[in-house]
Design a protein around this ligand. Structure first.
Ligand code: NAP
Ligand code: G4F
Length: 336
């Protein structure tokens, strides 16, 4: 069994490569040309005889075609490549569109042009597509008098960033190639997922990395403060290692479909700060954190909380790590 992963050098790509290699797959991971070493997360795989790193950029259709022609015995294709940083997408909307939106069309069209219907395709869709949209649990409202908000596969999309708009286009394109061309193409609508391999400019890792550096400095009084933006947003945070299992499970189904992958719990950035600082015995973090408007976004996603009933029922997927486990795992990693 051979699988191709785009975005192998990223957080999820590296976890997925680990998972597939454990399952006995041969894995072909793509990398693009960058001016610094981008293989930090997959260093441990570079000498694995079942792992091959090949050059491709998903904005360059011919490079995608070369990979597919050379590896036409692949049975699964996971597209995890993206300009994945929401704040950056406001600064580079065109580039974000070219990679995160159009890049996906390049892959899907190449699969069709090469008549590779035997390849099952996974698209990394995102809870960010929901943006300002949510549904409410009327049944709970009737019981306890509060209206719980959530998003699932039936919630409409109301994207709030160039990134989310590009992801919506890619999501609908994946659906079109499934319905229109009969491709086994599934999209995982994944809510935020984190871990020690998370990029250092996403809020969770930015916090745990700062705590790690602060602790390693001997908790110096002169240590520069942690500068953050909006602390009031809610996110449904899970562990990346759990979420890549959901991706694999989707491609093991006879019929392609779309699935929400999430924990079902939501927490603010403040709550993340509470748990993270408490783990290094700091009860009051206010003197260490400065709210800097530089990190505010032109439009924000205020509330994300997923409902994973479909993934539980149809895939048998459940998250294994709680919010508390996740925060502690990241703080422990960064303090050591
Ligand atoms: P990530 O760490 O930022 O990784 C993104 C990967 O895409 C990197 O390997 C990057 O390569 C690669 N890439 C960027 N531009 C490319 C291009 N033009 N051609 C080929 N590869 C390119 O992101 P992640 O957190 O692992 O997320 C994986 C996917 O899931 C992304 O599509 C993301 O949008 C989506 N997603 C993530 C989350 C989350 O919470 N993590 C939630 C929902 C959806 P370099 O290493 O060279 O930069
Ligand atoms: O960690 P974030 O940058 O993640 P965001 O924007 O939710 O996007 C991540 O999750 C999406 C899934 O919903 C993925 F599709 C996407 O690729 C990415 O992985 O920001 C989370 C929240 C936001 O509300 C942001 O405004 O944290 C807030 N925040 C506050 N201070 C900050 C900061 N975010 C960042 N990156 N940096 C800050 O200093």
């Amino acid at each position: 069994m051979k699988a191709i992963i785009t975005g192998t050098t990223g957080q999820d790509g590296s976890h997925l490569a680990d998972l597939l290699l454990e399952k006995g797959y041969k894995v072909v991971g793509t990398t693009r040309r960058v001016s610094v070493d981008n293989t930090e997360r997959i260093k441990h795989l570079l000498n694995n005889e079942n792992f091959e790193l090949v050059s491709a950029d998903i904005t360059d259709g011919s490079s995608v075609m070369n990979v597919l022609q050379k590896h036409d015995d692949a049975v699964e294709f996971y597209n995890l490549a993206a300009q994945s940083h929401v704040a950056e997408s406001f600064k580079q909307p065109g580039l974000t569109w070219d990679i995160t939106g159009k890049g996906v069309l390049n892959i899907l069209q190449t699969l069709i042009d090469l008549n590779m219907h035997h390849v099952k395709f996974y698209q990394a869709s995102s809870s960010e597509m929901f943006g300002a949209s949510f549904d409410t649990e009327e049944d709970i409202y009737k019981k306890i008098g509060t209206m719980e908000k959530y998003q699932d596969e039936n919630t409409k999309f109301l994207p709030q960033s160039p990134y989310a708009i590009a992801k919506c286009a890619a999501h609908y394109m994946t659906r079109l190639f499934r319905e229109g061309y009969g491709l086994h193409a599934s999209a995982g609508i994944l809510f935020n997922h984190e871990g020690p391999r998370r990029g250092e400019t996403f809020v969770t890792r930015k916090i745990t990395k700062w705590i790690g550096d602060f602790v390693k400095s001997g908790r110096s009084d002169n240590f520069p403060q942690l500068r953050l933006g909006n602390l009031e947003a809610f996110r449904d945070w899970g562990y990346a290692g759990d979420y890549v299992e959901g991706m694999w499970m989707m491609l093991q189904q006879d019929k392609a479909d779309d699935y929400v992958i999430c924990t079902g719990e939501t927490h603010t950035i403040r709550e993340f700060l509470d748990v993270a600082f408490k783990h290094v015995d700091i009860e009051d973090w206010s003197q260490h954190v400065v709210v800097d408007p530089k990190f505010y976004r032109p439009a924000e996603v205020d509330y994300l909380r997923g409902r994973n009933n479909k993934a539980k029922e149809k895939l048998g997927w459940t998250p294994k790590h709680s919010f508390q486990d996740l925060v502690k795992l990241m703080v422990d990693h960064d303090t050591k």
